[in-house]
Write a new protein. Structure first.
Length: 419
C-alpha cells in the first residue's frame, strides 16, 4: 500500500490520515499542557518548595528512562498507531486520577508524583511511536511540510494549553483535570479514525542487541549524534520553564493567569516560527541555523533571569520558543530522513531519551540548582551554560556546524545532475 501524496502548498492536510493524526496530537498536547500548569501550581501551593517543582520532572523522566529502549523496539515490531492510542488512553487515566486526588483534599503530594510516574511510562511508549508514525503517513516530498505542520499545531496547543489551564484553574485544579480528560477522550477517538500506515516492521526477536540498535545507529552518524546531543545539553541546563510557577509568584508577584501567559510565550514563538518554516523551509546553511537557534534559546533564558518585568520576560520567552523551534525542526528532519524505517522506532526512542532528559531531567536540574543558588541565579546560570554548550558543540561537531544542505537534499541534487 503506497502513501498518498499531496498537491498544493498545504495539500498534505487533505490526506485523511494526516488530518486525523494532527487533530489527535493537537488535542492530546492541549490537554497535557493544561494539566502541567495545574500540577505545577497545585504542588507549589501545597509545599512552597522549589525542589518539589523539580521532582515533577524527575517523576516523569525516571520511568521514561527505564522503559524507552524497550518502547523503541515495540514501535518497530507493532502497529505504531495502536501504540499511540493505548498511550493516550493511559494519559486519560492519569487525568482522572488527578481529579480524584484533588477532590480528596489531600495535602501530601506523593500521590501526584505516583500519577506522573504512570504518565511518564505512557509517554515513553508514545514518543517513539508518535515520532515514527508520521514518516509512514506521508510521502518523502511531503515530509518536511508535515513536520512543520505537526510542530505548528503542537505549538498552538502549547500556546493555548497554559492560558486555558491558568484561566480554568480559578475554578479549581479539579476542573482543569476534568477538561483535560475530555480532550484526551477526543484525542483517542480521532487517532482511532486513522488507518494503519504502511510500516517496515522488524522481525528480529527482542534481545540486548536489538534494543541497542538505535544507540549504535546514532553513534555511527556524527550529524545525528551532534544534533540530538546539542539539544540534550542545551535544554538540560536552560530548562528554566520548570521554575515559572515560582518565578511568577516570587519574582513577578503574579498569579496563575500570568503564569499561563508566561507558559504560553515560548509556544507562541515556536508556532509563528513553525508556520514560517512550513512556507519557507530551511534549505541552506542548516548548521548555522541550528546553532543560532540554540544560542538564541540560551540568550533569552539569561534575559528572563535578569529582568523583573513581566513584559520583558514575556518577550524573552517568546524568542526562546523561536530559537527552540528552529533546533527542533532541523533535528527532527535529520533523524527521520537518515533512519531506515525498520529501526525508526528505536532511533526515535534514542531521540526521545535526549528530548526527555533535556525536558524532564532539565526541570529537576533547574529545581535543584534553584534550591542551591536561588531562583534568579539558577535561571541565569542555566542560560549561560546553554551558550557555553553551543560554542563547545560547534567545535566538537564541525560536520554539523558547517553543514549547508540536508544530506538527502544534497544526494537528490547530485542524482538529478548525474541523470
Amino acid at each position: 500500500m503506497s502513501v498518498p501524496s499531496s498537491t498544493g502548498r498545504l495539500g498534505v492536510l487533505r490526506i485523511p490520515n494526516v488530518s486525523f493524526y494532527l487533530s489527535s496530537r493537537f488535542l492530546g498536547t492541549l490537554a497535557v499542557q493544561m494539566q502541567s500548569v495545574a500540577v505545577g501550581w497545585q504542588v507549589y501551593q501545597i509545599t512552597h518548595s522549589l525542589f518539589d517543582l523539580g521532582l515533577i520532572g524527575l517523576a516523569q523522566f525516571a520511568p521514561f528512562l527505564v522503559l524507552i529502549l524497550w518502547a523503541g523496539h515495540v514501535a518497530d515490531t507493532h502497529d505504531r498507531r495502536n501504540i499511540v492510542i493505548a498511550c493516550q488512553a493511559t494519559q486519560l487515566l492519569c487525568s482522572l486520577l488527578l481529579v480524584g486526588f484533588t477532590l480528596s483534599g489531600s495535602h501530601t503530594v506523593w500521590p501526584v508524583y505516583a500519577v506522573l510516574v504512570i504518565y511518564g511510562s505512557a509517554r515513553a511508549f508514545m514518543m517513539p511511536a508518535q515520532q515514527a508514525v508520521l514518516r509512514n503517513l506521508v510521502s518523502t516530498k511531503d515530509f518536511s511540510q508535515a513536520v512543520a505542520l505537526a510542530s505548528s499545531s503542537m505549538q498552538v496547543a502549547i500556546i493555548l494549553g497554559p492560558v486555558l489551564g491558568g484561566l480554568i484553574y480559578r475554578f479549581g485544579p479539579n476542573v482543569v483535570y476534568a477538561v483535560s480528560s475530555t480532550l484526551l477522550v477526543l484525542a483517542v477517538i480521532l487517532m482511532s479514525c486513522t488507518k494503519s500506515a504502511p510500516q517496515a516492521r522488524s522481525t528480529a526477536p527482542v534481545s540486548w542487541h536489538t534494543l541497542f540498535e538505535g544507540i549504535r545507529f546514532v553513534w555511527s552518524r556524527p550529524i545525528v549524534l551532534g544534533a540530538i546531543s546539542l539539544d540534550l545539553f542545551a535544554v538540560l541546563f536552560g530548562g528554566a520553564t520548570a521554575l515559572l510557577p515560582a518565578y511568577a509568584h516570587d519574582v513577578l508577584h503574579a498569579g496563575p493567569t500570568s503564569l499561563g501567559w508566561l507558559r504560553t510565550a515560548p509556544g507562541a514563538g515556536a508556532t509563528l516560527c513553525s508556520i514560517a518554516l512550513a512556507f519557507w523551509p530551511i534549505k541552506r546553511h542548516v548548521g548555522k541555523w541550528m546553532f543560532g537557534g540554540v544560542a538564541l534559546f540560551g540568550l533569552s533564558t539569561v534575559v528572563m533571569g535578569l529582568t523583573g518585568q513581566f513584559a520583558v520576560a514575556l518577550v524573552a520567552l517568546f524568542l526562546l520558543g523561536c530559537g527552540d523551534m528552529v533546533s527542533v525542526y532541523i533535528r527532527h528532519l535529520l533523524v527521520q530522513y537518515e533512519t531506515p524505517d525498520e529501526i525508526r522506532g528505536r532511533v526515535s526512542a534514542v531521540n526521545s531519551v535526549f528530548i526527555g532528559a533535556s525536558n524532564e531531567l532539565g526541570e529537576f536540574e533547574s529545581g535543584l540548582t534553584a534550591s542551591w543558588f536561588g531562583l534568579v541565579r539558577a535561571i541565569v546560570i542555566g542560560g549561560a551554560a546553554t551558550l557555553a554548550v553551543t560554542g563547545i558543540w560547534m567545535k566538537l561537531f564541525t560536520v554539523l556546524s558547517r553543514m549547508d544542505r540536508f544530506p538527502h537534499h544534497a544526494a537528490e541534487e547530485a542524482a538529478q545532475k548525474a541523470g
